[in-house]
Design a protein around this ligand. Structure first.
Ligand code: PLP
Length: 396
């Protein structure tokens, strides 16, 4: 009576959501201040002032039928032009309004792009572990095949040898995400350059372009002046999937975009297919009010230093306690090696201390847990005794 696949997806909560719900129940029993919930990636830094100011200005100066009305299917041309102008100025690229399709956040950007590119189940999309678990859902839901490349657990960059082995004649594209959820690592310029060389060589070998989908919701959340290379400058067949969920702390407003630069092979056809996929999935006309807000807030972000403070606090204290951590250069996640091989068992044991850590098995990287630090600083400080007890329990 219903799609078995959709039933399965809808009936099973993600590990992160399950843990988040558990945290709420546990808080009712032991008190909110005694639960250390590092499960979910909901931005805690307030949106920059320009968001509220723009909303007020829009409400006061624009006719309500325009504010709340339909926009063009691909989004307001003024918004797309403002984003193009900002990106050209910031990254020295050359894009225009017509290269953009406004969406309901990165999830929609990815689903639309994957649908636009997928011709049959033979088409494979490669992802690099550790990866955002929804990638598998998005790829399979568009009728394509998911292919994982194991993590480079030394530097958490890309294992290019393993990637080369994973690419074959059926490879349609791949997804990268930097700054990365869950490792916090930023792919270096060297990694992106080597990746571009490999994809160019493989595209030539198989006689079709391998499309690089760059999923970038954390682009601006980067620390210590680390460079986050603008991927379209290194590999011409790149489509950018962007979201304002994290940079402007607007995850509930559902706003982002897809950028199909002119340099992409058959870019006009790819852009038309993006419009078609948006239409087929019902993702036309992204939220109108927030398109207008974005036009006024390009280049703004929440206070990234607040996340950096949390990063430093957690990284320094956990490392001192003996935990092996990947030092995050961006996003708001700390990737920690579990104190036993089975990371699910480790996360279960952490729950005994009311520490909610996500086992990284679902991110394709067993043996680690993800600690999401977009949380209150006071909770991080309160959690240290629990981290100490957890470590001590492995020494008994
Ligand atoms: N991609 C990554 C790597 C994410 O971490 C997330 C959300 O956490 C998304 C995509 C989805 O973002 P959005 O809220 O914009 O749909």
């Amino acid at each position: 009576m219903v799609s078995e696949k959709m039933y399965e997806l809808g009936s099973k909560k993600s590990t992160i959501r399950e843990l988040f719900e558990y945290g709420k129940k546990q808080a009712a029993i032991v008190g909110k201040e005694n639960v250390y919930d590092f499960s979910i990636g909901n931005p805690t830094v307030p949106s920059p002032a320009c968001v509220k100011e723009s909303i007020m200005e829009i409400l006061e100066t624009i006719d309500s039928s325009v504010i709340h009305g339909y926009t063009s299917a691909q989004g307001d041309v003024e918004t797309r032009a403002a984003i193009a102008e900002y990106l050209n100025r910031t990254y020295d690229i050359n894009v225009k309004a017509d290269n953009f399709y406004m969406t309901c956040g990165a999830a929609a950007s990815l689903c639309i792009t994957l649908k636009a590119l997928t011709e049959s189940k033979e088409n494979e999309f490669v992802v690099i572990a550790p990866y955002f678990p929804e990638y598998r859902v998005f790829i399979e839901a568009q009728g394509a095949t998911f292919k994982m490349v194991p993590a480079d657990t030394k530097a958490f960059q890309i294992d290019l040898e393993a990637l080369e082995k994973a690419i074959n004649a059926n490879t349609k594209g791949m997804i990268i995400n930097s700054p990365n959820n869950p490792s916090g690592v930023v792919y270096s310029k060297e990694t992106i350059q080597k990746l571009a060389e490999l994809l160019e060589r493989k595209s030539a070998e198989y006689g079709h372009p391998i499309i690089l989908i760059s999923d970038e919701p954390y682009r601006e959340i980067a620390y210590d002046d680390v460079e986050v290379p603008y991927v379209t400058k290194y590999y011409k067949n790149t489509i950018v999937c962007y979201s304002y969920s994290k940079s402007l702390s607007l995850p509930g407003e559902r706003i982002g975009y897809i950028l199909v630069p002119d340099e992409v092979e058959n870019s006009k056809a790819v852009y038309a297919a993006v419009c078609g996929a948006g239409r087929a999935l019902g993702y036309v006309c992204a939220p109108s009010l927030f398109q207008k807000v974005i036009a006024r807030c390009t280049g703004q972000t929440g206070d990234v230093d607040l996340y950096k403070k949390n990063r430093d606090l957690l990284y320094e204290n956990l490392t001192e306690m003996g935990y092996e951590c990947v030092k995050p250069q961006g996003a708001f996640y700390l990737f920690v090696k579990a104190l036993e091989e089975d990371s699910r068992a480790f996360a279960e044991r952490a729950k005994e201390q009311n520490l909610l850590l996500v086992a990284a098995d679902d991110f394709g990287c067993p043996g680690y847990v993800r600690v999401s630090y977009c949380v209150e600083e006071a909770m991080i400080k309160r959690s240290f005794a629990a981290f100490e007890k957890l470590a001590a329990s492995y020494k008994e």
